[in-house]
Design a protein around this ligand. Structure first.
Ligand code: ADP
Length: 164
């Protein structure tokens, strides 16, 4: 039986950092489920269909990657889908504390569930969806942060400069 893992996130929107982690996971495991949080604490800038659409256009060509929206507990969803590990990206030490807490919580809820941490390419370690949102909201260039095929849609939505 092949190894199935899950890469959870809000992907609001997907960045080169996420793409790097998903691509690495796809090389290591047989089946990678990219699980997009349907309900988020903070209202997302892009709705669930848009976030899934951006992922399809950027990592949808990888044959062992499946992109789905999911709701509820990650530990339950992983069990339901037969995933044995959660794959997360670690940027800096600042990510560690929260991720460590989540990993242990998920294992408590589902003892069979491990968490694997990957590091992205050094050129993306500073990158997050919030950076993309901040820069674009002031009309800044986000071409180094998101792929060309989704750039215009993201930039036009987020760029509020001159829209008032
Ligand atoms: P963000 O923190 O960018 O809003 P998400 O909540 O969608 O992203 O995160 C999904 C996963 O992707 C998390 O494990 C996060 O650590 C990882 N990730 C996001 N950007 C990067 C990056 N630049 N390098 C490594 N991992 C990343």
């Amino acid at each position: 039986m092949g190894k199935t893992v899950i890469c959870p996130g809000s992907f609001d929107p997907v960045t080169y950092g996420h793409i790097d982690i998903i691509t690495r996971a796809a090389k290591m495991f047989d089946h990678v489920i990219v699980g997009v949080f349907v309900n988020m604490e903070k209202k997302p800038n892009f709705d669930i269909d848009e976030r899934i659409g951006f992922l399809r256009r950027t990592v949808g060509h990888l044959p062992n990657v499946e992109i789905v929206g999911f709701d509820g507990l990650l530990a339950d969803y992983a069990k339901e889908r037969g995933a044995t590990a959660v794959v997360k990206g670690l940027r800096a030490v600042s990510d560690f504390e929260y991720e460590f807490q989540m990993a242990l919580t998920n294992r408590k809820l589902n003892p069979d569930l491990d968490t694997v941490f990957l590091t992205s390419d050094a050129q993306y370690t500073y990158l997050s969806s919030s950076i993309v949102k901040n820069v674009a909201s002031f009309g800044g260039d986000i071409r180094n942060f998101v792929p060309e095929c989704i750039h215009d849609e993201i930039f036009e939505r987020l760029n509020t400069k001159g829209k008032h």
